[in-house]
Write a protein that binds this ligand. Sequence first.
Ligand SMILES: [Zn+2]
Ligand SMILES: [Zn+2]
Length: 253
Amino acid sequence: MPFAISIANLKEALRRSGCPVCRLGHQAAAASVESFLWENVNEPDVRQPIIDAYGFCPRHTCLLVAAEMRNTGPVLGVNIIYEQLGRLASRELSQLELPDRGPNALAAVLKRLGVNEPSSTASVLPPKGTCPVCTVVQENDRGMLETLFELLARQEEGFAAAYAASDGLCLNHLRRGLGQFAAPYPQAARWLSDETAARLERLSAGMREYIRKNNWEYRDEKLTEAESLAWRHMLTFFTGLPGDDFTFMVDEF
Ligand SMILES: [Zn+2]
Ligand SMILES: [Zn+2]
């Protein structure tokens, strides 16, 4: 039985652009980083999973830095965690046993024969866990997907219509939702698959018109709004990102 708060959050996310589960996952990540910074940075229990994972993943490292800069200015939490991590990684590297000969001739032969050699990097600073914020997002995704399937299954008033009017699940979340909840909620899964198939067909038709009307021969035919936006909605399906995110700007490395 989903919590009322997840139902309210899901309904709110459906009114916004982009995949609702991606959006809620991002919010859960931001909240988890905030609570970590404010309450737990010095607690060994909370710090241990970060140490085990050799830090946050790149995306959530940026989120951590941004949150701390916004809140306090000095990035003390970042310094506390990554100072310890750097020290631990340095100690492990200095104790690492590396092969003292050149490239292994047997490994080269096996590779030529298409036999996979044992991974030579497996034992180098192996992570003992995944980014703790990614773990929070995964759990949040699962809860939100279950809520969505359950609301569809029990035919919650207006929910299917709200879903149909939204950007819908991205491919990644559709895949995971169907994988995890098609068995307990078969009718919801069928409805969701059919709704997505029809949506993609409609977007493809709009994109075909976009292509056709960009041909000089048909230059006098104006694109409808739906046709000019179809490609953005299609990219939302494949990435989860809001359609307006696609511009000529890209983040520089
Ligand atoms: Zn998504
Ligand atoms: Zn992460």
